[in-house]
Design a protein around this ligand. Structure first.
Ligand code: PRP
Ligand code: ADE
Length: 431
């Protein structure tokens, strides 16, 4: 799928532009400057051939890095609606499928590390996150003379381990490191392909610190800027390539193919609505595509399904393959709301306080849909214990004063061990 507009601003050279030989304007270039060349001498494995045909005249670290980045950026692909509808998936694998690009990637990362962490702050350990961090972490470690240590999902590493939890698409997950993987005071860089919400990287950073390591920083191939994952990290963050920068381009005029004079990356849907949580769902209210969209079609045109996704950043974000609410015609279907806040964190307290949180989430989602709680037609309340009915009801009736139709059932279990969940169906604002 070529010829799709891209979303990043015009200060960035577009993907694949034939004239794009100048240095990237990416802020990520900053740590490496001509006045601060890499402290280590290039070794034979960083020769032109190994680097995929870089010029034989040794360029300065920063200009070489800029050129490598342009080549790498062109190779990226995006797949809309993978692994589920509404997700714009960044595919880094074409880089590894081409040995020159693969070499370029490792060289680019090496340039960053050697120029940013000179003598005295050279990393002792590169920590890679399962599983895509394993694709390049070991090669980078070899290049910079560090050891490689994996962070793995729970239950994969033998012997004593340290464990850290983090939130991902289907609830909580756990990362582990072997307890003896890092010795106290060792300097560590954490690497991974993508930082999205930052949960995985933050958990890895915590593990490094638990083991006594000194966290020098994080290095990613790509960042989904709008998710602000880097705010979860307390060490410097470097991102090599440009990822999705915005959750939606709704406010901007649709660009035409003619606005671009170059081939764009295969499968690029950069101007499309883009993901927002761990699996990066569309952040705003977006139409659900029912077929593979063309660039202009997916750029904010009404889709033939007529369904609209609703998202509120004031309610608990989706924690799986669902949307907070879907508007279909004049009806809004709100997914079951559990007592978790806008960061997805479970609220503590009584069943009454938890019911209050469920109701507040419903209010926020309905508001995002342009309607409100007084237009709720039907509620379904799920309790894990009917003994909590009265306490739930006392809070519920304050919110649903107009007494919509309701069912209340006791269920064996609810997600994340919560005692109450409430879903509802409402009339849309314009109904
Ligand atoms: O910043 P976050 O929101 O935590 O998301 C980023 C993580 O998500 C992806 O991994 P995934 O869990 O899909 O596993 P994989 O690498 O095994 O595919 C990606 O490779 C990062 O590790
Ligand atoms: N949009 C995305 N593409 C690839 N990997 C991801 N991990 C989290 N979000 C992702």
């Amino acid at each position: 799928m070529s010829g799709q507009p891209v979303s990043f601003d015009t200060s960035h050279p577009p993907h694949g532009h034939p004239d794009n030989k100048g240095p990237s304007t990416d802020a990520a270039d900053k740590p490496s400057t001509a006045s601060k060349p890499p402290p280590t001498k290039p070794d034979p494995t960083t020769s032109d051939a190994a680097q995929g045909g870089q010029p034989s005249t040794a360029p300065s670290g920063s200009s070489e890095l800029a050129r490598l980045k342009i080549r790498l950026q062109r190779a990226l692909r995006q797949f809309p609606d993978f692994p589920e509808p509404g997700v714009l998936f960044e595919d880094i694998l074409p880089i590894f499928a081409d040995h020159e690009l693969h070499g370029a990637l490792i060289r680019a990362l090496e340039l960053h590390v050697t120029s940013s962490y000179g003598i005295g702050s050279k990393p002792d350990v590169i920590v890679g996150l399962e599983s895509r961090g394993f694709l390049f972490g070991p090669s980078l470690a070899l290049r910079v003379g560090a050891k490689f240590v994996p962070v793995r999902k729970k239950g994969k590493l033998p012997g004593p381990t340290e464990t850290e939890s983090f939130m991902k698409e289907y609830g909580e997950d756990f990362f582990q490191m072997q307890s003896d993987a890092i010795t106290a005071g060792q300097k560590v860089i954490v690497v991974d392909d993508i930082i999205a919400t930052g949960g995985s990287a933050a958990a890895a950073g915590s593990l490094v610190k638990k083991l006594g390591g000194t966290l020098l920083g994080y290095v990613f191939m790509m960042e989904l800027d709008f998710l602000k994952g880097r705010e979860k990290l307390d060490a410097p963050v470097y991102t090599l390539l440009r990822g999705q920068e915005k959750s939606s381009e709704k406010e901007e005029p649709t660009k035409n193919e003619d606005d671009y004079d170059m081939p764009l990356r295969t499968g690029g849907f950069g101007s499309d609505p883009v993901p927002a949580n761990k699996l990066t769902h569309n952040r705003e209210q977006n139409e659900i595509p029912t077929h593979k969209p063309t660039a202009s079609r997916q750029t904010h045109r009404t889709m033939s399904s007529g369904m609209k996704k609703i998202f509120s950043d004031k309610a608990c974000p989706p924690a799986g393959p669902y949307t907070q609410a879907i508007q279909a015609g004049s009806t809004v279907y709100v997914s079951g709301q559990i007592p978790a806040d806008a960061q997805g964190k479970l609220v503590e307290g009584s069943v009454g306080e938890k019911t209050e949180c469920c109701c507040q989430n419903i209010r926020a989602v309905l508001e995002a849909a342009g309607t409100d709680i007084s237009r709720v037609v039907k509620c379904n309340v799920f309790l894990t214990d009917m003994a909590n009915f009265a306490e739930m009801n006392a809070v519920y009736e304050k919110h649903f004063a107009h007494k919509p139709a309701r069912s209340c059932v006791a269920v064996h279990q609810l997600p994340k061990g919560v005692p109450v969940e409430i879903e509802c169906i409402a009339l849309a604002g314009d109904a």
